[in-house]
Design a protein around this ligand. Structure first.
Ligand SMILES: [Zn+2]
Length: 283
């Protein structure tokens, strides 16, 4: 029986050998150590061409590793009107080449509030995101766009924000970053079984049971201050209660992918997988 969650890393595993190098090597190495998902970290820009994408897709098919793409950091759904055409192109390119590479999900940071209220910002952001989805669909691209929960209270991307985008636009579903969710308010909240059950219940009510079976989760330890996230941490150095998070996911009948962003990537991804098997009794 396959596990309810696939596990992998954001970016190729650290110990990926030099041959074959790059993403193809990362896919093969991930599969060889028991991981079955990988998020391509196109965070500084989309540089993969059509040939490279075809090679990546072939490696994923051969190994059974499922792919997603982390789109460039520069996207900002709330960027000013002049900049918006350039900003949206990062998302369109990530989705276009990601699709060619066989990725099904495109993860992106929604942007910043620029000090304005969330509801005003969403009034600008949602039609813009809808426009991106419309363009992709018109080109036959069926990828899911995943706005990620942000790690700072000043950034667009609260749970409520990403749920609002997802409720409004078919084809948009959140990326649940539980480290960011915990760090966001800077007060240590979102770190107990009950808080996670409440959040997952809100998620289910907003998006339905089907969305619970296709969660896309980012996970790592996290260092934070009053303004939110500072940097990712390895599992042992973090205050995040990973076991109780897994318990809450299990009690919610959740399924999907868990991608590790800790500094030791695959080491912690395999620990998350082990923890999931212990908590769920699967495997
Ligand atoms: Zn991210």
């Amino acid at each position: 029986m396959p596990l309810s969650f696939r596990f992998g890393t954001v970016g190729s595993p650290k110990a990926t050998p030099s041959k074959p190098s790059g993403t193809v090597g990362g896919i093969h190495y991930a599969a060889s150590i028991g991981l079955d998902a990988l998020e391509l970290a196109w965070v500084q820009g989309v540089r993969a061409g059509e040939t490279a994408c075809a090679t990546i897709k072939q490696a994923a098919t051969e190994t059974g590793v499922v792919l997603s793409v982390h789109a460039p950091y520069y996207i900002n759904l709330n960027g000013d009107n002049k900049k918006w055409p350039r900003l949206r192109q990062y998302l369109i390119d990530a989705a276009h080449f990601g699709n060619l590479a066989g990725a099904t999900d495109i993860i992106f940071h929604p942007g910043t509030y620029f000090g304005r209220p969330a509801n005003e910002v969403l009034q600008v952001s949602i039609p813009r995101l809808q426009g991106c989805v419309d363009e992709l669909r018109a080109n036959g691209n069926l990828v899911t766009l995943r706005p990620e929960i942000s790690g700072k209270a000043a950034m667009l991307g609260s749970l409520a924000d990403v749920l609002e985008m997802s409720k409004t636009i078919p084809g948009v579903i959140p990326c649940l970053d539980f480290a960011h969710l915990h760090a966001r308010l800077g007060d240590g909240a979102m770190n107990t079984y009950d808080e996670w059950m409440t959040a997952l219940d809100i998620y289910r009510k907003a998006l339905g049971d089907a969305a619970m079976q296709q969660l896309h989760i980012h996970l790592s330890g996290i260092n934070y201050g009053p303004k939110g996230e500072k940097n990712h941490l390895i599992m042992e150095e973090a205050d995040l209660d990973f076991r109780n998070l897994m318990r809450a996911l299990h009690a919610s009948n959740a399924e999907g992918r868990i991608l590790c962003e800790s500094p030791v990537l695959e080491v912690d991804a395999l620990k998350f997988r082990q923890l999931w098997m212990e908590v769920s009794g699967e495997g």
